[in-house]
Design a protein around this ligand. Structure first.
Ligand code: OGA
Ligand code: NI
Length: 349
């Protein structure tokens, strides 16, 4: 009976054991006891205060080092008003508390839909399910998509639109800084993204009776350019550092930034799109809100010309973002990065 539910939220509260389709093979379980949860091992925290002032060159250097060595960093003093962030998390929580029938109005299992509520990752192609429901939205240009978004809770569109617009501002400042840190013109990367794209997910991870058997999201890299993640106060995100899974414990008033596959391509392999995953826990629901900033589907992605020379030959082919994105959803969240399919095979040259 319970297993016929479309969404995990409506099943999770009724089960004492994880249903078999969520159970990972023994070789592919989170091994939570081996995770480094100390703060010393965690990712850098960069203060963006003064990015356009006295601390400019120092901050650019910190960002460049984090992109190269960690693929992940946190930012504070990012300029996004606290009220906008609080409203975003509150509206996400209210959305997932709506009655099942109300939530199901947004349900779709078709990854090509620009607004949809779904579960796990890609229910059409995956063999094992993940302990997550998610609402996925496209949000740039806003006027093309906002009319598709949920109207319940009543302030959903207004609150989420404010959040998207603010985060876009932060992303553009980060993309300029990253461009500069690579020795490129400040607007070089931003100009290579066509009309730009921005997607977001509202991730909802219900409490799980046996968190050691399953994932909220298994290890993956993000297919987009750069991700800005907002998480609530419940831990769950883990990043692979030096071969070890490290917990990224929530710090109030910060965002987590990570390099996606397209930035790895543009930087010609200098900046790394790093494996990360979300684990679940027995007692607390968890909400996270990633913003995935990306090229528009028609944009051609390739290593920046200035970063390719005799000593540093191009590591990746040119492709459109549409080609890449399609491959990403088709093959599922396999640990082998989708990027490998777009590498230049030097043994053939
Ligand atoms: C993602 C992701 C991590 C999290 O949605 O791509 O990595 O903490 N989420 O929810
Ligand atoms: Ni991710």
């Amino acid at each position: 009976m319970a297993l016929t539910k479309l969404l995990l939220t409506d099943l999770a509260s009724d089960v004492k054991y994880v249903p078999s389709n969520y159970i990972r093979p023994i070789s592919d379980r989170p091994n939570l006891a081996a995770v480094d949860t100390s703060t010393v091992g965690s990712i850098p925290l960069i203060d963006l205060e003064g990015l356009h002032g006295p601390n400019h060159s120092d901050i650019i250097k910190q960002i460049g080092q984090a992109c190269q060595n960690d693929g992940f960093f946190q930012v504070k003093n990012h300029g996004i008003p606290e009220a906008i962030v609080d409203n975003m998390l509150r509206i996400a929580s209210e959305f997932f508390q709506l009655p099942e029938a109300e939530r199901l109005k947004n349900y779709s299992d078709d990854p090509s839909k620009t607004t949809r509520l779904s579960t796990s990752f890609n229910v059409k192609t995956e063999r094992v399910s993940n302990w997550r429901d998610f609402l996925r939205l496209h949000c740039h240009p806003l006027e093309n998509y906002v009319h598709e978004w949920p109207t319940n809770p009543p302030s959903f569109r207004e609150d989420v639109a404010k959040y998207c617009t603010s985060v876009r501002g932060l992303v553009l400042r980060l993309v300029e800084a990253i461009s500069e840190s690579l020795g490129l013109k400040r607007d070089s990367i931003e100009k290579s993204l066509g009309k730009h794209g921005q997607h977001m997910a509202l991730n909802y991870y219900p409490p799980c009776p046996q968190p050691e058997l399953t994932y909220g999201l298994p290890g993956h890299t993000d297919p987009n350019l750069i991700t800005v993640l907002l998480q609530d106060q419940v831990p769950g995100l883990q990043v692979l550092r030096n071969g070890k899974w490290v917990a990224v414990n929530p710090i109030p008033k910060t965002f987590i930034v990570n390099i996606g596959d397209q930035m790895q391509v543009i930087s010609n392999d200098r900046y790394k799109s790093v494996l990360h995953r979300a684990v679940v826990n027995c007692t607390k629901e968890r909400i996270s809100v990633p913003t995935f900033y990306c090229p528009s589907p028609d944009a051609v992605v390739e290593p920046a010309k200035e970063l390719v020379n005799d000593k540093n030959p191009a590591v990746f082919k040119s492709f459109t973002y549409a080609e890449y994105y399609e491959k990403f959803w088709d093959r599922g969240l396999a640990t082998e990065c989708c990027l490998d399919m777009f590498k230049i095979d030097r043994t053939m040259l």
